[in-house]
Design a protein around this ligand. Structure first.
Ligand code: FAD
Ligand code: NAD
Length: 466
């Protein structure tokens, strides 16, 4: 039987990054993945394919709606070839997952294809192509998550679908109804709206993106409404019924009235659940909590002292970069180091256009904690760079401590915010004050100038260009 210093179950961004870091630190490492491609949800049916579809549909929208104002004229009709768009998405996925194969070989990590399940705390049985048993001194559970569902919905995966099927559709829906106005619903809703579908978003809470700063929800809601999406907040879905090519959703509005929606597709995007099916965690003494998460302490150690868990399968945000940080943290701990993650500084991004990005505390959280804070906000429309490219929607908002001026939260919506948020994370990692950000130089003309201006506004209400 092969024996390892560490075996990692699951090859998503948590698992494969943990494997690389373990190997870099000199550990004999095994990676077990039940599917034939590595990369988990993120690379196969999550981050990467959804961003490929967002990019393609964005190009289409630019070509059909905005090229003309830039003086670019395309004779004849501009058409979408969905099959080709999806094939391109798949090519991007294949190239990216292939890259992980290369990284595993480069780092001399043994990859096993098959379902990994614990026999006991130091033995894992592999069921699948590479069937067998391995011994491991330590293990890392990185088994990720699967889409959640509502108890009364039957996901037929043809018309009543999850994000996985939404990335593989054979036709553009006539009317895509989306249950859940969170990250997946909005990103994929925007893809199909751009491609010509009517889109209805049905959200249970009183605003979309309910966990983000309310200012961002409001601004993105405006953008979706401008694109003629039907935004039905405060609607509780009661039933979903499929009748051949039609799906009928019944929901209850704020007044308690029944509202009916009819369309040809229904995307259920009401969150994801941790995935531990078939893992046989009990055999290793690993406790699973009531939410289905693997229970871990601050060191990501489970109730079995040689077994750790990371990523979507444990508490916290279900984000690829959070999973990666945790993978690195566990590897470094196993090597005797003392790494640390500041969860407050894990940024959240929604890759719609305009992009939405945030780090640190929201206004709602600061109010609830009784923290006195000041706000500096700057609109993109006041930036030369934004006007030059025609991306004027959105703003940057900086929240700083009222007495110390330390930046406590940065919330932004606008062009390129997914990348701009990195500046806010860096500043907050170094515990910058708003004045610090206001005083360092930002290249002109850039979208990043909105951060400087918002910091100036937070410092002494002295933004320069508004
Ligand atoms: P996963 O990526 O879920 O990987 C777990 C792996 O474990 C899977 O490959 C699974 O097959 C394998 N596995 C499970 N059980 C076993 C077993 N017993 N034996 C062997 N293998 C097993 N996050 C972002 O940060 N940015 C984004 O833009 C983003 N976009 C997303 C878009 C969509 C449509 C979706 C669905 C998710 C998106 N996410 C995004 C979330 C992101 O994909 C997850 O947070 C991330 O993949 C979690 O990584 P993980 O390693 O914990 O688990
Ligand atoms: P989510 O938690 O972002 O959104 C789910 C939404 O569904 C919430 O707004 C919630 O209020 C709503 N909801 C729940 N029950 C409902 C009901 N009965 N009726 C109507 N609405 C209901 O979850 P998601 O969009 O499914 O995404 C799952 C996970 O994947 C998230 O945790 C997210 O972090 C991750 N993800 C991240 C990205 C990104 O980082 N860009 C992209 C996609 C997915």
């Amino acid at each position: 039987m092969k024996s390892y210093d560490v075996a990692i179950i699951g090859s998503g961004p948590g698992g494969y990054v943990a494997a690389i870091r373990c190997a870099q630190l000199g550990m004999k490492t095994a990676l077990i993945e039940k599917y034939s491609t590595l990369g988990g949800t993120c690379l196969n049916v999550g981050c990467i394919p959804s961003k490929a579809m967002l990019s393609s549909s964005h190009h289409y929208e630019e070509a059909t709606k905005h090229f003309e104002e830039h003086g670019i004229e395309i004779p004849g009709d501009i058409k979408v070839n969905l099959e080709k768009m999806i094939a391109r998405k798949q090519a991007v996925v294949d190239q990216t997952t292939g890259g992980i194969d290369f990284l595993m070989k480069k780092n001399k990590i043994d990859v096993f294809e098959g379902l990994g399940s614990f026999k006991d705390a130091t033995h894992i049985i592999i069921d699948g192509k590479d069937a067998g048993e391995i011994e491991a001194k330590n293990a890392i559970i990185a088994t990720g998550s699967k889409p959640s569902n509502l108890p009364f919905i039957e996901l037929d995966k043809e018309r009543v679908i999850t994000s996985t099927e939404a990335l593989e559709l054979k036709e553009i829906p006539k009317h895509l109804m989306i249950i859940g106005g969170g990250v997946i619903g909005l990103e994929l809703g925007q893809v199909y709206r751009r491609l010509g579908a009517e889109v209805t978003v049905i959200e249970y809470m009183d605003r979309i993106l309910p966990t983000m700063d309310a200012g961002l929800s409001k601004e993105l809601n405006k953008v979706f409404k401008k694109a003629k999406c039907n935004m039905m907040v405060s609607h509780k879905v009661k039933s979903v019924e499929r009748k051949k090519g039609e799906v009928i959703i019944k929901a209850e509005n704020k007044k308690g009235e029944e509202v009916e929606f009819k369309g040809d597709y229904c995307l259920v995007s009401v969150g994801r659940r941790p995935y531990t099916d078939g893992l046989n965690a009990e055999a290793a003494g690993v406790k699973i909590n009531d939410k289905g998460q693997v229970e871990v302490n601050d060191h990501l150690q489970t109730s079995a002292s040689n077994i750790y868990a990371i990523g979507d399968v444990v508490r916290g945000a279900m984000l690829a970069h959070k999973a990666e940080e945790e993978g690195v943290m566990v590897a470094e701990q196993l090597a005797g180091q003392k790494p640390h993650i500041d969860y407050n500084l894990i940024p959240g991004v929604v890759y719609t256009w305009p992009e939405v990005a945030a780090v640190g505390k929201t206004e709602e959280e600061l109010k609830e904690a009784g923290t006195e804070y000041k706000v500096g906000q700057f609109p993109f429309r006041a930036l030369g760079r934004a006007r030059a490219s025609g991306d004027i929607d959105g703003f940057v908002k900086i929240l700083a401590d009222k007495t110390t001026d330390e930046v406590l939260g940065v919330h932004m919506i606008g062009a390129r915010c997914a990348d701009l948020i990195a500046e806010a994370v860096t500043a907050m990692e170094f515990r910058a004050s708003a004045e610090d950000i206001a005083r360092y130089s930002h290249a002109h003309p850039t979208f990043a100038e909105a951060i400087k201006e918002a910091a100036l506004a937070a410092t002494e209400d002295r933004a320069l260009h508004i």
